[in-house]
Design a binder for this molecule. Structure first.
Ligand SMILES: NC(=O)C1=CN([C@@H]2O[C@H](COP(=O)(O)OP(=O)(O)OC[C@H]3O[C@@H](n4cnc5c(N)ncnc54)[C@H](OP(=O)(O)O)[C@@H]3O)[C@@H](O)[C@H]2O)C=CC1
Ligand SMILES: Cc1cn([C@H]2C[C@H](O)[C@@H](COP(=O)(O)OP(=O)(O)O[C@H]3O[C@@H](C)C(=O)[C@@H](O)[C@H]3O)O2)c(=O)[nH]c1=O
Ligand SMILES: [Mg+2]
Length: 281
């Protein structure tokens, strides 16, 4: 199996590289140029493609809508068309932010999408484009990704916690923090399976367990890191951001287990692994 991944420096891309997947940098393939992405696939000899590159700056996307849509929708569309032409599968990563976060029940893959901001709309558009190409694919929606590398909530908390005794963290947004390493493993397993069994083509959910609030997650980070930082719970209304975040980010991952035998990863364990890699514990 010869896997090719878009993305090299990102959280998931770095974990894919650790698993031996060939990764592509922005210099190898810039997603703001979708045609180049297609050409790279056509020339690659890959047996499956994983797209781990994306425009992920949720707030900045509100000001850069055109770029977010090119990177998160037009580029994946071009990748999927090339994969369809080559008859190879595409594993594409998407997000909980395609949902509006209403209710308290976990969202299933077939629930209607209703994104709250530009990032979520651009990712939802990318999903639709991929489905229309007829490519064998898995669209893997995940949430709240963290790792030892790149920008994520764990690293933000470690930085802010080193500077302050107390932090105010939202407690009305609930979701599953997901280790990037587990996502990479799931992508590789899905790519392998799709090559032999295109019937599993579809949209799947994959997030870490258990579901928690950002405030709960922050407390767990400080407890594991043995940092004495008080976490004050606040409502989202008291933490205004350019893009609204969904209150309910729970993802129903049952279909992923049924089709692939892949279970939700335990984020506590993933957190300890990341803190170990960062030499904090
Ligand atoms: N981060 C999160 O919490 C979540 C992420 N996801 C999804 O998971 C996937 C992986 O996310 P994650 O690993 O966190 O991403 P990161 O934000 O860590 O990294 C983004 C990656 O995309 C690359 N990239 C961005 N723009 C371009 C471009 N124009 N051309 C080429 N490469 C580009 C970056 O390269 P460079 O370093 O050159 O900028 C980097 O490798 C994405 O699809 C994302 O939408 C889903 C849910 C939650
Ligand atoms: C730094 C900080 C954040 N927060 C809140 C803001 C926000 O609601 C929450 C998380 O902040 P972040 O900026 O890390 O979250 P955000 O960048 O929105 O994370 C999202 O990224 C994209 C790419 C996804 O696809 C999502 O699944 C999700 O992981 O924590 C506080 O309440 N207090 C703080 O001091
Ligand atoms: Mg962020």
């Amino acid at each position: 199996m010869s896997l090719l991944a878009f993305g090299q420096t990102g959280q998931v891309a770095r974990e894919l590289a650790r698993l031996g997947v060939r990764t592509l940098s922005r210099g190898d393939a810039d997603l703001s140029d979708p045609q180049t992405c297609a050409e790279v696939i056509m020339a690659s000899g890959a047996s499956a493609v994983i797209n781990a590159a994306a425009y992920t700056a949720v707030d900045r996307a509100e000001e850069e809508e055109a770029l977010a849509f090119t990177v998160n929708s037009a580029a994946p569309a071009a990748m999927a068309k090339a994969c369809a032409a080559k008859k190879i599968p595409l594993v594409h990563i998407s997000t909980d932010y395609v949902f509006d976060g209403s209710g308290v029940a976990p969202f299933t893959p077939s629930d209607p999408v209703a994104p709250l901001g530009v990032y979520g709309r651009s990712k939802a558009a990318g999903e639709r484009e991929i489905r229309m190409t007829g490519a064998v694919h898995s669209i893997l929606r995940t949430s709240w990704v963290f790792s030892a590398h790149g920008a994520n909530f764990v690293k933000t908390m470690l930085r802010l916690g080193a500077e302050r005794d107390a932090l105010s963290i939202v407690s009305d947004q609930i979701g599953g923090p997901t280790p990037a390493a587990a996502i990479a493993r799931a992508c590789v397993d899905m790519a392998e399976r799709l090559q032999h069994d295109p019937s599993v083509t579809g949209t799947y959910h994959f997030s870490g367990a258990p579901d928690v609030s950002w405030a709960d997650f922050a407390r767990a980070i400080f407890a594991e890191a043995r940092m004495d930082v008080a976490v004050t719970e606040i409502p989202s209304a008291d933490y205004p951001t350019p893009a609204a975040r969904p209150l309910n980010s729970r993802l129903d991952c049952a279909g992923t287990h049924a089709a692939f035998g892949i279970s939700r990863p335990d984020w506590h364990r993933g957190l300890r692994e990341v803190l170990t890699e960062l030499r904090i514990i």
